[in-house]
Design a protein around this ligand. Sequence first.
Ligand code: ADP
Ligand code: MG
Length: 399
Amino acid sequence: MEKIRIVVVDDTEETRNNIKTLLTFDKRMEVIGEAENGEEAIFITKEARPDIVLMDINMPVMDGIKATEEISVSVPETTVIIMSVQGEHEYLRKAMSAGAREFLNKPFSGEDLVRTIIKTYEMEFKRREHSILARPAEEIKSKVITVFSTKGGVGKTTLSSNLAVSIARMTKKKVALVDLDLQFGDIAIMLNVSVKNTISDLIKEINQLDQELMEDYLVTHFSGVRVLPAPIKPEYAEYIASAHVERIIKTLKGCYHYVIIDTSASFHETVLTSLDMSDRIMFVSTLDLPTIKNVKSGLDVMESLRYPKEKISVVLNKASEQFGIKYKDFENTLKHNIWAYIPEDSQTVITSANKGFPFVMTRTETKVAKAVIGIAQDIVEEKAAAGKDKGALKKIFGI
Ligand SMILES: Nc1ncnc2c1ncn2[C@@H]1O[C@H](COP(=O)(O)OP(=O)(O)O)[C@@H](O)[C@H]1O
Ligand SMILES: [Mg+2]
């Protein structure tokens, strides 16, 4: 069943959390994003094109009325419901003339909330019914990309999440992101999506798993990427076996154009399955000796598994020659070319992780974002290990 996709906008975190909690009880709805002021609300709405925006009126930076005005012009398929405190008649009138379709008086009960959303959604749906065309079924050509390393803390999660978001934005195709770091996965935190179910819940129904059931277990990030989160507790990881992972990837391949998989730093059977089933492996390294040693052993394992060399792309993160190791020496040691470079930029990377806003969306002017967007582009254009012009890359990123 298609869920009603909702964005919650309020400057008080507690209010946003209360609303999210109220909505988790209703299976017909899914909160796909949140914002704390009008400006963020516009940004998220343009990206995510939700069905409904629940909009507070008084907020810093930009108020809810201005935001409603902008949204109703530039994202007409989204319907705004205003949340106002009783008595704010003048505001309410302004909000409605700015394009809000409905309002809720604060405080409201869960029942009020759900009823108003359903009523508004159905009204809008009826209004638009004529213009909705059924899409023809299409055969999907899917690519599976695993982001891997034999070392923790090198940037696998940073790369996989920003890569998934970049590809989704660039291609407008369906992208799934699977967190296969089964013990300590942090994709859900990195992307700030609210987790209802995880891969642990999914495997309980693994024998019935089909595309439709799969959809129930994926959560939507506001970029459009659909996420399968890692278990909530590390000890749940041991119940997940390679056969489960195989079935999950197979199912996703049937309905997602790109399946991006984040992994833990190990050759655990589940990770091996994912590597086996991948069209491409992004092998992430940094330029320090312990990491290089581990990456070298990892590449040796892959060679003994007879993975073709072009399946593996070495991505050098936090790339810099200033700590004494030259790129050339690194390549000679690994007997692999560096396929892509990502510069270090803690300010951008860490702030974006803390906010749950991927830097490839919000900080596109930075070198680090440009590097990841470049990687996404090469993946989309299917540039293999040999086919890339590194000279040009160096010129662009100044590294
Ligand atoms: N290019 C980068 N510049 C600066 N910090 C980075 C960069 N890439 C990753 N980091 C930081 O390094 C740490 C580890 O990254 P993470 O993606 O969680 O690695 P992994 O998933 O491999 O353990 C995080 O704090 C992250 O913010
Ligand atoms: Mg990680």
